[in-house]
Design a protein around this ligand. Sequence first.
Ligand code: ZN
Length: 293
Amino acid sequence: MKRLICAQDVLTASKKHENLVVDSNTIVTPQAADVAKECGVAFVHAEQGDCTSNTNQHATLHDNKNEAAVSAEEIERIVTAGLKRGIWTEESLHQLWTKTNKVDLDSVTIGVSGRHIHLSQEHLDRLFGKDYELNVAKELSQPGQYAAKECVTLVGPKGVIQNVRVLGPTRKQTQVEVLAGDTFKLGIPQVIRLSGKLKGTPGITVVGPKGTVVLSEGVIVAARHIHMSCAEASERGLRDGQIVSIRFDGERAGQLDNVAIRVTENSALDCHIDTEEANALHIANGSVVQIIK
Ligand SMILES: [Zn+2]
């Protein structure tokens, strides 16, 4: 998908004292280049991470090996010629691009979750030692969330699951998220819930290196959901709590219904399903699915 930067975008960036990121799929209109020069807005090349002078931003447009029949440069030449001859205005082009990009509003990337546990500080202390602090192994898609290096063991009436990853930071209430298949192994009921809705859910025994916690509730099979910010929800015409479907057209194409929209101010756009759901449709982390309202 090509992206067009026109004069209005440069003015907006200038107001925010920001530079503009360009890559091999970006087209900068001649007027936008002139305005950038006047306002001192630079074009930063996304693939190289360097800051390119606004006087030669066209040189930063690369050929992409995966480029379709028409390269970004060729489109740029056509657009420039069209603008010069007055066939299009910058405004009409921008509208066209926005419309073309609209299809992206109906798609979302997938984040696949395995079984994991969120711990309260009290339970963290009991499992790992007093005033224990988790060690970050990997940042997750949602701002501030991370997979910790620490793992625990789950002990149910029928079986044990080891190496269950702790996710941080700590929460008010401990929450265990297992796969549907895990509930058979552990011997506990299968209760599908959104995160935080723990009333009436089954309990489990959690074992850490320094102690054990017996939970009376808190084990869920996570209900699939899509995180998004308020702005992302409003531009998609979606609201918190709305139920949508997602569709994937891969080798094991299919549709998953009952996907809850979860809107908070700081959410990053990401659709969370668990490994069983992902495997059923042959979806991987980072796959893109269509949202169906
Ligand atoms: Zn989530």
